[in-house]
Design a protein around this ligand. Structure first.
Ligand SMILES: Nc1ncnc2c1ncn2[C@@H]1O[C@H](COP(=O)(O)OP(=O)(O)OP(=O)(O)O)[C@@H](O)[C@H]1O
Length: 643
């Protein structure tokens, strides 16, 4: 669980900034909700047991021995001493629940304190505490629990201590790990600098962030602890006769399994029900506190984006340009909602051309680009329609090996943040070698030489030495040069660059743009350049496609669009950039927000933010209007404006 996103418990019951509270998330998970209902029912029954009209659980009646379930006055029958099983089960559940929960609380409290202290203070404190924990963990835990009860003597309280002690390490280790990460975070340093003492930092900075982890560990271990307590009682080391708990009832019933199976089956079923419901609920709690798990963060995404049959049709005619995208539609299916991220962009890229894709954050630029190579995570992504035609094939319909051959070969991708795409544990040279050898039969030595040459090509200072560096040893600009070298390693026909300069400062940004442009010219490759900056578009692109809410709202030659933007959104975007030679008066922000992709309007998607909007704009979808052979815009006033 990533603690930067950890939710303090206060957010459990909703938060004014979060759309879905963890409780709602929990209830949406059907299995967890079922677990919660069963658990609540069992707990209520256990709580009201003293007031129910039941027999005394220890009252024997030898004349009524082993009555079957449904007998008169004994709904669940009687045991070998004629005691009422219903009464004993309810009283036994009370005992098992209280011992299990108490053991969990003890283990959680002691384990968490040890974990927090070890993680926060580190060094000797960490060494001493964690070596102690390691010693406890060195024994098989059930044997250790048996040994502890053997020393302390049989009895429920001693079973509780034993179970708590053997579970302390789980809490201590989990909490220590999280605390170590938190200890190195800037907000803890800031608290230290502000003069807070260690005790206050532990209570106000560390504990609230560790609490979700403690709750998750508790919810996933309490079931086990009830089971372990039942195990000790089953072996005669927990509850002592005549007291009933679920484990001891199971132990007593075991001897009668062939003659009166209900005596063992009923407590067995109750243990199953209790532990199952707690575990289902525990899993739900874990997912609710970390909704990314529910969104599939830990699920291994498929090797390529799921593609509907409609998007797998092969092209019939000759594709336009080097790569042609036709009516691409990519959606995300999340929590029963469909998010239409990409809504039918159609464009092509000529050989050697640089096409800019521009738009605000969330306009669908990256999802469009990633869809071309099947890189959108599935689930939740799915390509519903469209074609991506390259070399007379629809890439959305080619086989996995063919697509793999293109990726990183003829079709290369440069991501926005090289630090998250370069492997932190391998040198950049090794990563280049891997990229080269994935597509070419080179020896390691030859590939290394080629890697250094590629680094020189992207003007990496002291390339031979830098090849032996790890990504964290390089500056942002150098890392992006490495990413470019990797993308160019196999002489691609098309380079898709997804905001490759956004994370860089202006000087480095200019160098990288120059480099990309030079390499594109030298190699006669095409470049699809994603950006939100018209200044960048002006510098290196031939044509530009303006995206809004997953649609292309204007496409055409850069100079023409800068001189005569035909869509109000394009005008606004250009107006936001101070560095472009646009004489449009003062800089203005674009008022309002883009529409939600899960609830797009029928007509013009920009209507709510447009100062020229009319009823006609909202009535029906607006088609792209062809203003001239190369310039199109999706606005009913486009012709008037560009005339
Ligand atoms: N994995 C995902 N799950 C759900 N929705 C997603 C996912 N990835 C993207 N989206 C949604 O798809 C839409 C388009 O996102 P995209 O990343 O393509 O925008 P963008 O224009 O590239 O923005 P930015 O400039 O910030 O990268 C957004 O509404 C986004 O919330």
């Amino acid at each position: 669980m990533n603690i930067s996103n950890a939710l303090p418990l206060a957010r459990w019951f909703g938060h004014r900034h979060s759309r879905t509270s963890p409780l709602q998330l929990l209830l949406r998970n059907r299995l967890a909700a079922a677990g919660l209902i069963v658990l609540i029912a069992v707990c209520i029954l256990a709580l009201i047991t003293p007031w129910l009209p039941l027999h005394h659980p220890n009252q024997t009646a030898l004349g009524n021995r082993l009555l079957p379930p449904g007998s008169d006055g004994h709904l669940l029958g009687t045991d070998h001493l004629g005691r009422d099983i219903l009464a004993r089960i309810l009283w036994g559940t009370r005992v098992s629940l209280s011992v299990g929960i108490s053991a969990t609380l003890v283990a959680a409290t002691v384990g968490s304190i040890l974990g927090i202290l070890a993680g926060y203070f580190g060094r000797h404190v960490d060494n001493i505490l964690m070596r102690g924990i390691d010693m406890v963990m060195a024994f098989p835990y059930i044997l250790l629990a048996l040994a502890i009860v053997a020393v302390l003597g049989p009895g429920l309280l001693n079973a509780l201590y034993a179970i708590a002690i053997v579970n302390i390490p789980f809490f201590a280790r989990n909490v220590r790990g999280v605390t170590v990460t938190l200890r190195n975070r800037e907000f803890v340093d800031a608290a230290l600098l502000s003069g807070k003492g260690h005790a206050r930092i532990l209570l106000t900075e560390i504990l609230p962030n560790v609490l979700p982890v403690i709750v998750i560990t508790m919810s996933t271990t309490v079931g086990w602890m009830i089971l372990e307590t039942a195990g000790l009682s089953f072996l005669g080391l927990g509850a002592q006769p005549p007291q009933a708990d679920l484990g001891s009832m199971l132990g007593e019933g075991r001897r009668l399994i062939s003659t009166a199976p209900h005596v063992a089956t009923i407590p067995g079923l109750m243990i199953f029900l209790l532990v199952m419901s707690i575990n289902l609920l525990g899993d739900g709690v874990r997912d609710a506190l970390d909704p990314r798990l529910k969104a599939g963060a830990l699920r291994r995404p498929a090797a390529r984006t799921r593609t509907a049959p409609a998007a797998r049709q092969q092209p019939t005619g000759e594709p336009k340009g080097l790569l042609e995208v036709d009516n691409l539609r990519t959606e995300f299916h999340l929590d029963g909602q469909v998010h239409q991220a990409v809504n039918g962009p159609t464009f092509h890229i000529e050989p050697g051309e640089c096409l800019g894709i521009i738009g605000e954050s969330g306009s669908g630029k990256s999802v469009t680009a990633m869809s071309l190579l099947g890189l959108v995570a599935s689930p939740p992504g799915i390509i519903q329609n469209g074609q991506v035609n390259y070399q007379r094939q629809n890439l959305l319909g080619v086989s996995d090996p063919v697509l793999r051959g293109y990726r990183g070969g003829e079709l290369a991708y440069i991501f926005q943040d090289p630090l998250s795409t370069l492997h932190p544990l391998f040198t950049v040279g090794d990563q280049l070698v891997e990229a080269l050898r994935a597509h070419r039969p080179l020896s390691y030595r030859a590939a290394w030489q080629e890697a250094v040459r590629r680094l020189e090509e992207v003007r990496m200072p002291n390339a031979a030495r830098r090849a032996k560096s790890y990504p964290h040893q390089l500056s942002g600009g150098m890392r992006q040069r490495v990413s470019i070298a990797m993308a160019l390693a196999n002489d691609p026909q098309l380079i898709i660059a997804d905001e490759p300069t956004t994370a860089l400062d202006v000087t480095v940004q200019a160098q990288i743009l120059k480099l990309l442009n030079r390499l594109r010219e030298q190699k006669q490759a095409s470049l699809m350049f994603i950006t939100h900056d018209f200044g960048v578009v002006k510098q290196i692109c031939h044509r530009v496609a303006v995206m809004y809410a997953g649609e292309i709202v204007e496409i055409g030659p850069v100079e023409e669009i800068l001189a005569r933007p035909a869509h109000p959104y394009t005008r606004r975007l250009i107006g936001c950039v101070p560095s472009v030679d646009y004489e449009g008066g003062r800089l203005a922000e674009i008022p309002g927000l883009p529409p939600q992709v899960s609830n797009l309007p029928v007509g013009c998607k920009f209507a709510d933010r447009c100062d020229q909007v009319t009823d006609q704009c909202r009535a029906a979808p607006i088609e792209l209007d062809t203003l001239n052979e190369r310039h199109q815009a999706r606005c009913i006033f486009a012709r008037e404006v560009s005339a």
